[in-house]
Design a protein around this ligand. Structure first.
Ligand code: ASP
Length: 560
């Protein structure tokens, strides 16, 4: 007959034991007790002496039961405990049960610890924590935002949930709060993007009379302060963090978020190879043929795998054709030129039998981006991105604008200032694509941890960017332009994605972690919460209050 039971709470477990004198009283009770039931035990903590169990943290002691009371009995089978391979949907439905695992307990305690340190860091430096509205004003030219309808007396009008406190933090600068921070809840209606959550948390800050260098230094100090001791074994801080210009990042890694734990860089294909590749291309202008050598991945580049990569890459509108050469089976060249002498390539680049030469050709920007994806995919075949360790890099000198379907858009946001030297050209609207922004992104292991900019503080220039360059409506921004006109100090700031930061910390830098793991009650990719069944129908009577009517299927067509 079992005389023992293990008691567990948020902090660990301990063995409890029935004393001989009470054995008969409790034996039956223990026998029929289901796991995960809640008990109250009174007893005496005893030293286990020779019976100690060194494998358990509390193995030196045990609790001798004097009195035992079942406070809340759990059913014989609990949803998640009964199914180790439970579907994501089930896990989310029983999220509170997932919290009972040690792993989840650790993650959320880590999150709280890091957040508390971030807060103390700012407080010590005199930053003021200020909450900004959640029922907010839409900002043109950014991510899709959630709309919140207003009731009487504002019927027919809407709030939006903020994608970030950007405007408010700048208004605080106008108000002379020269150092602001907030652990801010933000919202973006971007359900289709992978590993995004409709609501997420940013560590948001802004300061006046600052510079790009000062903000970047502050972020580095912030990260060091928040860094959990448990991770100190990694050499993370060669401070200042590495810097890389946007142009170099795109040229060498095909992305502005390079994972620098992957050692492969791009280079031009040898001339002969490039000219063969060019023959088959119609659009010869802006042509590039680039490649990188993925050491030790050859065996993983099967036909099957390649076709999966092709499909993934083709989703991208800029995708360009690519191929992979692996020395033993000469793949990758048979398709387009059987006469090409691959030995030259093998010798020049010292390509081993298990190495893969990944090459891509066509329009330059598309080539870079395609190779950028492939660099990550091939690295995954040998788990380079699952590796422990942290590689920070600042990406700087971003172009202010990019042209999309004939229109200019901002790489970060329209409140960004150009570098001083480019301001005149911005006014004159000359070479807009080449204007450099005072924009800095922090990348950790190929993931964008955060970004920020020095802002435009001249209301005329701000208006010019919106109206003349971006051609966006500014009606709603008038109060903001006005605020800038009353003597706004120069200012700049940054926002750190707290969820991503914690996800990376809790997995020792493994990028194949989801921010969902560190959000207490996350939503699915399509914005659903299986636990509380949100989004849900409106409560009875509320649609009328907001002057709303749900229109479905055919009815919708009638309305158009
Ligand atoms: N508001 C920006 C963002 O959410 C960050 C910043 O520029 O401070 O990305």
């Amino acid at each position: 007959m079992n005389r023992f039971l293990v008691l567990r709470d948020a902090y660990g477990s301990v063995q409890a034991i029935l004393p001989d004198s009470k054995r008969h009283q409790f034996e039956e009770m223990i026998k029929s007790l289901n796991y995960e039931s809640v008990l109250r035990i009174r007893g005496v903590v005893r030293n286990r002496g020779k019976a100690r169990n060194p494998k358990i943290k509390t193995g030196d002691i045990e609790l001798e039961i004097d009195d035992l009371e079942v406070i809340n009995e759990a059913p014989p089978v609990l949803p998640l405990l009964s199914d180790q391979n439970a579907l994501e949907q089930t896990k989310l439905k029983y999220r509170y049960l997932e919290f009972r695992s040690e792993d989840m307990q650790q993650k959320f305690r880590l999150r709280a610890q890091v957040t508390s340190r971030l807060r103390h860091f700012f407080e010590k430096l005199g930053f003021v924590e200020i909450e900004t509205p959640t029922l907010s004003q839409w900002t043109p030219g950014g991510a899709a935002e959630f709309l919140v309808p207003a009731a009487k007396p504002n019927l027919g009008r809407f709030y939006t949930l903020p994608q970030s406190p950007q405007l408010y933090k700048q208004l605080l600068m106008c108000g002379g709060i020269d150092r602001y921070f907030q652990i801010a809840r933000c919202y973006r209606d971007e359900a289709t993007k992978s590993d995004r959550q409709p609501e997420f948390t940013q560590v948001d800050f802004e300061l006046s009379f600052t510079s790009k260098e000062k903000v970047m230094h502050l972020v580095e100090e912030l990260i060091k302060t928040a860094w959990p001791e448990s991770l100190n074994e990694y050499e993370i801080f060669s401070s200042p963090f590495q810097r890389m210009k946007y142009e170099q990042a795109m040229n060498d890694y095909g992305t502005d978020k390079p994972d620098l734990r992957i050692p492969w860089k791009f280079e031009n294909c040898p001339e002969k190879m490039a000219s063969v590749l060019k023959t088959g291309v119609e659009e010869k202008e802006n042509f590039s043929a680039r490649m990188f050598i993925a050491k030790g991945t050859g065996r993983h580049c099967t036909e099957e795998q390649m076709s999966v990569w092709k499909k993934l890459i083709e989703i991208n509108p800029h995708a360009q054709p690519f191929d992979i050469f692996i020395p033993p089976n000469q793949t990758g060249f048979n398709n387009w030129d059987s006469d090409f002498d691959t030995n030259e390539l093998v010798t020049k680049y010292d390509i081993g039998p298990d190495d893969a030469v990944v090459f891509c050709w066509g329009e330059t920007d598309g080539v870079q981006r395609t190779l950028g994806f492939l660099r990550n995919y091939l690295a995954d075949t040998i788990d380079l991105r699952k590796k422990s360790g942290f590689k920070f890099v600042w990406i700087v000198d971003f172009p202010f604008f990019e042209k999309k379907q004939g229109n200019f858009e901002c790489l970060h946001h329209p409140f960004t200032a150009p570098i001083k030297e480019d301001e005149i050209r911005l006014w004159k609207m000359e070479g807009l694509e080449n204007i450099i922004a005072q924009h800095y992104d922090l990348v950790l292991n190929g993931i964008e941890l955060g970004g920020g900019t020095i802002r435009i503080h001249d209301p005329k220039l701000q208006r010019h960017v919106f109206e003349k360059v971006l051609k966006l409506p500014t009606k709603h921004l008038e109060p903001f332009f006005e605020a800038l006109s009353y003597g706004a100090p120069p200012h700049g700031g940054f926002a750190l994605g707290l969820d991503r930061f914690i996800a990376l910390l809790s997995q020792q830098g493994n990028v194949h972690t989801s921010i969902r793991d560190v959000i207490a009650f996350p939503k699915t990719k399509d914005g659903k919460c299986f636990l509380m069944n949100t989004p849900n129908e409106a409560p009875p009577g509320t649609l009328e209050r907001y002057g709303l009517q749900i229109v479905k299927g055919d009815e919708k067509q009638n309305l158009v």
